[in-house]
Write a protein that binds this ligand. Sequence first.
Ligand code: ASP
Length: 337
Amino acid sequence: MSRPRIGVAALGGTIAMTSESGREVTPTLAADDLIAAVPRLGEVAEVTATTLATRPSASVTSADLASVVEWAETQVATGASGIVVTQGTDSIEETAYWLDLHWDHPEPLVVTGAMRPPTTPGADGPANLLAAVLTASAQEARDRGVLVVMGDTVHTAVEVLKGRSSHPDAFVSRPFGPLGFLEEERLHLRAARARRPALPMTKGGTPPSVAVLETHLDDTGDVLDLVVRAGYGGVVIAGFGVGHVPERMVDSVQRAVDAEVVVVLATRAGDGPTHEASYGYAGSEVDLLARGVVPAGWLHPRKARVLLVELLRLGAGPGEVREEFAQRGAVRPETSS
Ligand code: ASP
């Protein structure tokens, strides 16, 4: 049987890190090095390797991600059955969602990395790379958008979070759990959910400034006022509970809305949605939404920021922003196929 062709691109991260001193690690390895470390890959797929960047993932930019999409589009146009991107795990929850917003192909695009560098006992990079290539090769993974595979567990880009700063089992999908698992090199996935159409990708230029502000006890709104004065185009407020801020902050929220800054309301709880009709006091979600704030729904504040930047970059007006958040922040229905 012929092997599927899978394009693998490396961006850096712990999976590609080595050490000169024998202690701290930095990204040095290229995609070819990662492939060479996993001989089994050659048996399951015909892998083509490309190094697009060699960075820690906190320094990956949306311009890097745009080049990933362009490279991946060339790969599928020339016959690749799937795509794997290796990168640092720190920012996967944002980068995978960015890629998912712009990936408009049935071929799976799978992001993976490693929590332990190749220089340590129990390095997880080789197993994650193999699992990612197997996932990218699988028929069941088609039409699922961008997936994140870590520790033989498959997550959707919209739900995945780095839930722990260290340890190989750092990744979680909140609140519904992972999409599936690999067992004996086979993929087992839950039913697919309907996907929103991809957003067009705009190239070049500086991304619009969008801040994420987590509210807290005694928040006066001063920082929000500063952000508005600094000319930010949008703000995601990570509110208390289902979307609340202290009463004394409400005037700042109103000033932001009046200044035509898009204000999105998410929850800082880390799990669960914002509400729209539960609480009616000053600073509650009902109060804030009545002032023109946009609810993030089920989107984590970090995902909400990525979405808002991309919408503002496309020049979306208030109605489109509200509609996109209503759709992409909802739990999408399962599809029958
Ligand atoms: N600790 C990170 C990683 O797991 C470093 C990074 O994100 O680049 O790859």
